[in-house]
Write a protein that binds this ligand. Structure first.
Ligand SMILES: Cc1cc2nc3c(=O)[nH]c(=O)nc-3n(C[C@H](O)[C@H](O)[C@H](O)COP(=O)(O)OP(=O)(O)OC[C@H]3O[C@@H](n4cnc5c(N)ncnc54)[C@H](O)[C@@H]3O)c2cc1C
Length: 428
């Protein structure tokens, strides 16, 4: 932790998921005092929470700098060194490779494992579980922010006063809504069936041996299989698991409550299994069929925001940039948001908070805006949906030219290898 030269700043962070915890690490390293308010009643435990995600090289370095045990992240994740796109011929049930990038330097993590590593590396008093954010107010001179939350256990209303309120409350952020009441999420046109197939109790089952024969680079490869107007993504996670996601075009479902995950009935699962038979190779269908408790995410993003700072309130993570998952960006952007914010606060000090927040916004907005739009485009290409420059001729992986297929690759993500100058010293 840095010895702060002047006054020590205090930040109230709303949301204790990946963005909130990353930000807590970065701010503590910058010499700030931090409290994180999270409405979930206790830290998520075990692999029942969430599924898989891919960490880019910069996010890996930042996490390592916070965890302070260099090997711990590598031990908890698997490499993703290959990004491969292939087309599945639904009639013949065979795959053909479209692109293969062997210089992909991501790692595959279980959401709950990443969350737990970040959480356990924080001082214990930082996160207040079971505290729902209610409201905030900014002092007339704009130097203090007062935050009200409710303890779910006692019902008490608690007031925290700080220099900065950080909204890490996810893509449905209520804090963002207070500034942008008309800002809407954009339904992508498709939902994603997701699941984690656990083969730890039988590593030699016909199902897993068949899958590994059909997809021999599992364990180091991010596989994308494209059908006509649909695609699936799958990769291996630590502890003998396969993470899979299957995107299906459909009208926007009605969401109940404050979540983008839908409840699914046995009938819906049965229909999904039958549809998988028609589209994917049998080795993949078997894994989908044998996955316990698949779930359905409704996929949204939103038009990029041109500001993410209002006085001493700042947005980070999905609150700042709801995005579709095709570029593997939301977690990576969130981690970098936290790191950049921490460095800006350290550089300018609490006395110059407006300058710190201006630099944060100036550094992040152009990058996240392009990444959100690129992810959107990637999703629309892979789902065979209309694109601005090819309205009548959506992408068809069966007949696409090599040049068209090149667009499918993750390495084309804008700013993917950029390291913001403000954090260069941190990770070299
Ligand atoms: C339980 C869970 C599992 C996930 N699993 C995966 C996964 O497997 N793969 C993947 O790619 N992404 C997953 N995500 C999403 C992923 O974490 C984000 O897309 C990305 O990392 C950005 O994170 P975020 O912290 O900005 O937003 P989120 O992860 O959405 O977190 C927002 C947090 O804010 C809290 N919150 C919201 N409103 C309030 C309030 N009023 N008061 C207090 N707290 C509030 C929420 O409870 C939540 O913890 C998961 C998210 C959660 C919450």
């Amino acid at each position: 932790m840095k010895e702060s030269k002047g006054k020590k700043g205090k930040a109230v962070v709303v949301g204790g998921s990946i963005a909130g915890l990353s930000c807590a690490h970065a701010l503590i390293a910058a010499g700030w005092q931090v409290v994180v308010l999270e409405k979930t009643s206790s830290p998520p435990t075990g692999c029942a929470t969430g599924a898989g995600l891919g960490l880019d090289p910069l996010a890996q370095k930042l996490i390592n700098s916070w965890l302070k045990e260099p090997q711990i992240l590598d031990c908890a994740t698997l490499p993703l060194t290959i990004d491969q796109n292939q087309v599945t011929d639904g009639n013949k049930k065979i795959n053909r490779m479209l692109t293969r990038d062997e210089n992909f330097n991501f790692r595959a993590a279980y959401w709950s494992v990443l969350h737990s590593l970040l959480y356990k590396a924080l001082p214990p008093e930082i996160v207040r579980w079971g505290h729902t954010f209610l409201s905030y107010s900014v002092s007339d001179d704009k130097t203090r922010v007062s935050v009200k939350s409710k303890s779910l256990q006692t019902g008490d209303i608690i007031d925290d006063v700080g220099d900065l309120l950080i909204a890490a409350d996810g893509c449905l952020s209520s804090i963002r809504r207070s500034f942008l009441p008309d800002h809407k999420l954009r339904y992508s046109g498709y939902c994603a069936w997701r699941g984690v197939f656990n083969f730890s109790d039988d590593e030699n089952s016909e199902t897993i041996l068949g899958l590994k024969k059909a997809f021999p680079d599992l364990g180091k490869c991010l596989y994308f299989d494209l059908g006509l107007g649909t695609h699936t993504v799958f990769y291996e996670l630590m502890n003998k698991r396969i993470n899979w996601i299957w995107y299906v075009n459909q009208p926007e479902p009605q969401l109940k409550g404050n979540s983008v995950t839908m409840k699914v009935s046995p009938d819906m699962i049965e229909e999904m299994h039958a549809a998988a038979e028609r589209v994917w190779v049998p080795e993949l269908v078997k894994v989908i069929r044998e996955t316990k408790e698949p779930f359905l995410n409704v996929i949204y993003d939103s038009e990029p925001l041109d500001r993410i700072v209002w006085d001493n309130v700042v947005l980070i993570g999905d609150a700042a940039h709801p995005t579709t998952p095709h570029g593997l960006r939301s977690t990576n952007m969130s981690i970098l948001d936290g790191a950049v914010l921490g460095k800006c606060l350290e550089k300018w000090g609490v006395e110059n908070l407006p300058s710190a927040l201006e630099e944060y916004e100036f550094t992040r907005v152009p990058v996240v805006s392009e990444q959100v739009l690129f992810s959107r485009r990637l999703g629309r290409i892979k789902q065979g949906l209309a694109l601005p420059n090819r309205v009548d001729q959506p992408f068809d992986p069966i007949i696409a030219s090599q040049e068209e297929c090149e667009e499918l690759q993750q390495k084309n993500m804008p700013f993917l290898l950029d390291i913001p100058s403000i954090i260069l010293g941190e990770i070299i």
